[in-house]
Design a protein around this ligand. Structure first.
Ligand code: COA
Length: 159
């Protein structure tokens, strides 16, 4: 498997992170006109969690937050020119490792129900749907968030 050097974003990276997220989330423009994030929101999230990113490259990022026995992962963004090459899956793996090392037993994420191509990808990675939440922004179409969760087992595969 391709090795990736994953590091954590710093405050100075906020603008680049926001640009990458908004570029990657272009496919969501059909149901929301709003940018997915901005540098101020990224800086606020850096106070509650961390952005994992690919070192020396502005092409891959994801946000991860520790919430007691649960972790939360979101804003997974791969530059469009580098999608479908395994980068997204590997960053999810890095987020799982980080949460597992911090003692989390579960990792949560949400996706918009209109992104019908995404559940199968997360299911293959071990995530299962476990509820819904309201969509937290203006939308052009009726929609909601779908919650998915994965149990994080120890490195040996033992729970
Ligand atoms: C979704 C996203 C993060 C996937 O990253 P990626 O690096 O392209 O994904 P990978 O190459 O690791 O592929 C993971 C799996 O998902 C599948 N997949 C990835 N993108 C897909 C798409 N748009 N449609 C259907 N399947 C897709 C791949 O075929 C692969 O499945 P496989 O392992 O069985 O072959 C990336 O497309 C992206 O940044 N999209 C825009 C932002 C976004 O939607 N983020 C997630 C919101 S919940």
């Amino acid at each position: 498997m391709l090795r990736m050097r994953i590091c954590s974003a710093l405050i100075r990276d906020a603008e680049g992170v926001a640009n990458l997220v908004n570029t990657a989330f272009g496919p969501e423009r059909f149901f929301t006109a709003e940018d997915r994030t901005n540098p101020d929101k990224v800086r606020a999230l850096l106070e509650t969690g961390k952005f994992l990113l690919l070192e020396d490259s502005g092409s891959l990022v994801g946000y991860v937050e520790l919430r007691g026995e649960r972790g939360y992962f979101g804003l997974l963004s791969v530059d469009p020119s580098r999608q479908r090459s395994g980068h997204g899956s590997r960053l999810i793996g890095a987020a799982e490792d980080y949460c597992r090392s911090a003692g989390c037993r579960l990792l949560d994420l949400t996706l918009v129900n209109l992104r019908t191509e995404l559940p199968a990808m997360y299911q293959r990675l071990g995530y299962r749907e476990n509820g819904t939440e309201p969509f937290p922004a203006e939308s052009k179409l009726p929609c909601h968030l779908v919650k998915m969760t994965k149990p994080l087992r120890g490195p040996s595969g033992l729970g």
